[in-house]
Design a binder for this molecule. Structure first.
Ligand code: NAD
Ligand code: MG
Length: 387
């Protein structure tokens, strides 16, 4: 593989750090143009020095001076603010990792796509909120989206893009999260610490809570719809607690292809980093004999209503996925902050969806306006719950 220039948006997060780990191990193959983060000045500066990045960008403008001080003498340029993150996204790297969490990553991703970049996409919320627009822009500019989410990366590896019509169904696997066997009654009292303790994957707080409510799988259904050319009812979810099979593609002849591997995000990240080649990773090798058996079960929509809400939003389309995502972001933040209860997260999403009905957004600005409106309404719903 020849040397590639790379930028990482959200470099201090879980996916960002896994990406940096692979880059450090193969330092001679990559030249890092920019790393970005929101507030973690020390984490950002340390990472930038380790991979000798050209530029480090902190989202919070008030942190420009501290960042500059930490980078003093390193030769690394410091920048701050949302616009500087967007600039970093559009800096023309051969490969850009989009690993900002939430709709906050949307404008940077769009900036990269408009430039015709190759974007490794972890930031599923961007695609859920603005999938149609992102795909259109990518088509126009020649940008390439390589899915990082383990399920979508698995599907990407199994999907015959030369014969899309031969695919009948896509099956996303879900671990079921930490409350797969917890009663509805006990779920009421779940604490943030319990919700972020995922049985198989180590991830950021927001996606960990989403995995516990199964909203993550719902967002992933919508994500998959934008990445692979099937109708909404062509996507199914099966609970597979071992997280060994990362997803499956069923063909018209009855053949089913799956991608398997240890639950380590460095595997899908490496796939996108070396694409279309492959690279070595230090990840644990799959030992099927030790695993012994793989289990599968139907998701329980009664205990995990978030998945049902996402299915509905996917079917309805228009502004619904963006509303669902915004309401969920606000609700999860409140839950993590010891505001609403665990089961209230899905209720906030449901009530926000019911009372917010803007026309389908047809531009990035319109998506951002839907996002803003839905956040307002979700905030009001939460305010009533807490009173
Ligand atoms: P995280 O919370 O660990 O990291 C988030 C990163 O985004 C940090 O670098 C943070 O500084 C940055 N960030 C947050 N808010 C920002 C803002 N407003 N402006 C600019 N930067 C901001 O999250 P994560 O677990 O790494 O997840 C990142 C994305 O990848 C999410 O969309 C998540 O759904 C997706 N994803 C994560 C995993 C995983 O294993 N962690 C797996 C699949 C998909
Ligand atoms: Mg996933």
């Amino acid at each position: 593989m020849s040397t590639r220039t790379v930028s990482i948006l959200g470099a201090t997060g879980s996916v960002g750090r896994s990406t940096l780990d692979l880059i450090e191990r193969n330092a001679e193959q990559f030249e890092v143009l920019a790393l970005t983060a929101r507030q973690d000045v020390s984490g950002l500066a340390e990472a930038a020095k380790k991979v000798r990045a050209k530029r480090a960008v902190i989202g919070d403008e008030a942190l420009y001076e501290p960042l500059k001080a930490e980078l003093n003498g390193s030769g690394i340029e410091a920048a701050a603010g949302d616009e500087a993150i967007i600039e970093a996204a559009a800096s023309g790297a051969d490969w850009t990792m989009a690993a900002i969490v939430g709709c906050a990553g949307l404008r940077p991703v769009m900036a990269a796509l408009e430039k015709g970049a190759t974007v490794a996409l972890a930031n599923k919320e961007a695609l859920v909120s603005a999938g149609d627009i992102m795909v259109q822009v990518a088509r126009k500019s020649g940008a390439r989206l390589l899915p990082v989410d383990s399920e979508h990366n698995a599907i990407f590896q199994c999907f015959d893009r030369a014969q899309p019509g031969s695919v009948r169904r896509i099956i996303l696997t879900a671990s079921g999260g930490p409350f797969r066997r917890t009663s509805l009654e006990d779920m009421r009292a779940v604490t943030p610490a319990q919700a972020v303790a995922h049985p198989n994957w180590s991830m950021g707080a927001k996606i960990s809570v989403d995995s516990a409510t199964l909203m993550n799988k719902g967002l992933e259904l919508i994500e998959a719809y934008h990445l692979f050319p099937l109708e909404p009812d062509g996507f199914d979810v099966v609970v597979h607690p071992q997280s060994v099979i990362h997803s499956l593609v069923e063909y018209v002849d009855g053949s089913v292809l799956a991608q398997l591997g240890a639950p380590d995000m460095r595997i899908p990240i490496a796939y996108t980093l070396a694409y279309p080649e492959r690279m070595e990773t230090p990840c644990e090798r799959l030992d099927l004999v030790r695993i012994g058996a793989l289990d599968f079960e139907e998701p329980d929509l009664e205990r995990f209503p978030a998945l049902g809400l996402a299915k509905e939003a996917l079917r309805e389309g228009g502004a619904k996925p963006a509303i669902l995502n915004a309401a969920n972001e606000v609700a999860v933040a409140s839950f993590l902050d010891s505001g609403i209860g665990f089961l209230d997260i899905a209720s906030v999403a449901r009530e926000t969806l019911a009372s917010c009905d803007p026309p389908p957004p047809s531009s990035l600005d319109e998506v951002l306006e839907v996002d803003r409106q839905a956040r307002d309404i979700a905030g009001q719903v939460i305010g009533k719950m807490l009173n």
